[in-house]
Design a binder for this molecule. Structure first.
Ligand SMILES: Cc1cc2nc3c(=O)[nH]c(=O)nc-3n(C[C@H](O)[C@H](O)[C@H](O)COP(=O)(O)OP(=O)(O)OC[C@H]3O[C@@H](n4cnc5c(N)ncnc54)[C@H](O)[C@@H]3O)c2cc1C
Length: 328
């Protein structure tokens, strides 16, 4: 049996309007979680992950913060329909965008709603360690800044240990490479945390790598975009994948380089998935015949892998025929 990756009903206790397009949902749950983790919510049959903005050590309540995405299905539904007293379904917290126990200085770069897990990390690191913490937030304009007063409060409370720098695009455009380089500094062994829009994260990552930062010191949480529909059918099938989904067995062709999830979706099935980055474990299934290799695994423990569990968004078959069974 895999760890509990299933969905649980959780009641919304309160809703806090943070900015015009961002709300925090205070959840009535006592789930254990680590700073930087997220839960995957099932809303109108669609799965989306949202990080905790609360800290497991300094906040008594569990909170997740959701920004409206123009045209987005779930974020808009939550803003328009989710009220105190309502129930939502969510997985247990998961994810590896977490603090390391190394005492190293921590430098974080976040853009827009990327501040959500970063706030949890910053609050926790300040309260539970003596690490030096520096945070650069980037936002379109002053009205878009999320958690401004909370971060200002932390800067006042931890002078000398917490440095906060704000970047607003309205003051002269996007963050530049020299600004990133300068803020990153050169303290040896620094852990860098990055979360925000993809181009923002790509830029910060490139500047850090060009500056000689070891990739293992850069932790990135990718919020991602919805998965594109699978591309057109490749020429030749190279084996078969038997998929047991909702108690029904389907046999679909296997094509080289395709993940189990892609093969299933190409065949018209609708298996569960969310992040498609090997983080959230929403897409897990158990291999009962044959074998698969995961490109990225940030969610499953060794004993789960030994029991045949696989992240289907990352698993490519290594045997011509394979059977995978999704949990009911
Ligand atoms: C680990 C993780 C943690 C996250 N944490 C947070 C968090 O704390 N806070 C937060 O606000 N978000 C977070 N996210 C992002 C969140 O999960 C959603 O991706 C986000 O809210 C958008 O979902 P949506 O359903 O509203 O939009 P979607 O319906 O997914 O649409 C998103 C955008 O894509 C466009 N789009 C939709 N379909 C297509 C298509 N076929 N082709 C082209 N464009 C399309 C839409 O118009 C819209 O602009 C996190 C994501 C991950 C993976």
């Amino acid at each position: 049996m895999a760890r509990d990756h299933g969905f649980h009903p959780i009641r919304v206790k309160r809703v806090i309007q943070e900015t015009a397009d961002t709300r925090t949902y205070v959840l009535d749950t006592a789930f254990d979680y680590e700073a930087g983790q997220f839960m995957t919510f099932k809303v109108c049959g669609t799965l989306r992950s949202y990080s905790m903005s609360s800290s497991p050590t300094t906040d008594t309540e569990v909170m997740t913060t959701v920004k409206r995405v123009p045209g987005g299905l779930v974020s808009n539904w939550m803003h328009d329909h989710l009220s105190p007293g309502d129930l939502v379904e969510a997985t247990l917290p998961a994810g590896v965008f977490c603090l390391r126990e190394n005492g190293a200085p921590l430098v974080a770069f976040c853009g827009g709603s990327g501040v959500t897990p970063v706030l949890s990390l910053v609050k926790t690191a300040l309260a539970t360690t003596d690490r030096r913490v520096r945070l650069l937030t980037a936002d379109r304009d002053a009205d878009a800044v999320i958690f401004g007063p909370v971060l200002d409060g932390l800067a006042e409370r931890y002078p000398g240990r917490f440095e906060l720098r704000r970047h607003l695009d309205t003051d002269g455009g996007f963050l530049t490479e020299p600004q990133i380089r300068e803020f990153a500094g050169n303290a040896p062994g620094t852990d860098f945390y990055v979360c925000g829009p993809d181009p923002f994260m790509d830029l910060v990552e490139r500047v850090l790598l060009d500056g000689g930062t070891d990739p293992s010191q850069i932790l990135i949480e990718r919020f991602g975009l919805p998965a594109a529909e699978p591309a057109e059918q490749p020429a030749e099938a190279e084996g078969t994948i038997t998929i047991v989904l909702g108690g029904k067995k389907h046999t679909v062709p296997q094509h080289s380089g395709e993940t189990l999830l892609q093969s299933a979706r190409r065949a018209g099935l609708s298996p569960p998935f969310s992040c498609e980055a090997g983080n959230c474990a929403t897409c897990i299934a158990q291999v009962t015949e044959g074998a698969a290799r995961m490109q990225i695994n940030n969610a499953l423990e060794d004993d789960e892998i030994a029991d045949g569990w696989v992240l289907t968004c990352q698993g490519e078959p290594t045997t011509p025929d394979i059977t995978v069974v999704y949990e009911d």
